[in-house]
Ligand binder design. Structure first.
Ligand SMILES: *Cc1c(COP(=O)(O)O)cnc(C)c1O
Length: 224
């Protein structure tokens, strides 16, 4: 990412990429939500993106977002998605900080989130590549997991998310994207969260309704 570009320019470029990919598959770009992934970046970056019209944000770590939350809590219309793995001992603060938890992968975690007593949107993280992913439910586990989530009065299940093994070649992500979409259709779930900075086009062509973009908007993250 060239450092001399502004966030406004990078945002415009990402929106254009989304629109072009939607166009290629005759999809309405309005059906694809950009989730700006702000992990590692300070609260000021969230505010800056919000001022440019971004309303959906993704964060990976409960504890990190706890620190930013006081500075972004007043941003009208902003919604925060947890897109990193959630340990059940952090489920209460997670339910208080986020509007959507995209990484529910066990019935136990669903029940813990439900016990927090707040209305919460949830998505199920699916593990499609045994060799890479550390978290996520296997496709065979989905029927049981979906049933468990639907028994939770505070949880509203909207869809599935996945993260394929990382590869520079977006075409290698495509079979995973296709598989997630098939699973979402089979289970009657509307939202499909897949695609990141380098492979969002393939994800949109395969049916993504939410793309999670960090680097293309905010630049490289420093390895901590
Ligand atoms: C960091 C992260 C992203 C964003 O990745 P970029 O390559 O920076 O766009 C998307 N999804 C998840 C789950 C992430 O952890």
């Amino acid at each position: 990412m060239a450092p001399q570009t502004t966030l406004a320019e990078r945002l415009e470029e990402v929106r254009a990429r989304i629109a072009r990919a939607a166009d290629r598959t005759r999809r309405d770009p309005a059906g694809i939500t950009l989730i700006a992934v702000t992990k590692v970046f300070p609260a000021a970056v969230i505010r800056e993106a919000w001022e440019l019209g971004v309303r959906e944000f993704g964060e990976n770590y409960v504890q990190e977002f706890q620190g930013k939350f006081p500075h972004v809590a007043g941003l009208e219309g902003a919604r925060f998605h947890l897109i990193g793995h959630l340990q059940s001992n952090k489920s209460r603060p997670a339910a208080e900080l986020f509007q959507c938890i995209q990484t529910v992968d066990t019935p136990r975690l669903a029940r813990r989130l439900n016990e927090a007593g707040r209305p919460l949107e949830v998505m199920l993280e699916v593990k499609l590549s045994p060799e890479e992913a550390k978290s996520g439910a296997a496709p065979e586990e989905l029927p049981e997991l979906i049933a468990a989530v639907r028994e939770c009065a505070n949880l509203r299940l909207t869809g599935l998310m996945t993260m394929p093994p990382w590869s520079e070649d977006a075409e290698l992500s495509r079979p995973y994207f296709r598989r997630l979409r098939e699973l979402a259709e089979r289970h009657g779930l509307a939202q499909i969260s897949m695609g990141m900075s380098h492979d969002l086009e393939a994800a949109i062509e395969e049916g993504a309704t939410r793309v999670r973009v960090g680097t293309a908007l905010f630049g490289r993250r420093k390895k901590g």
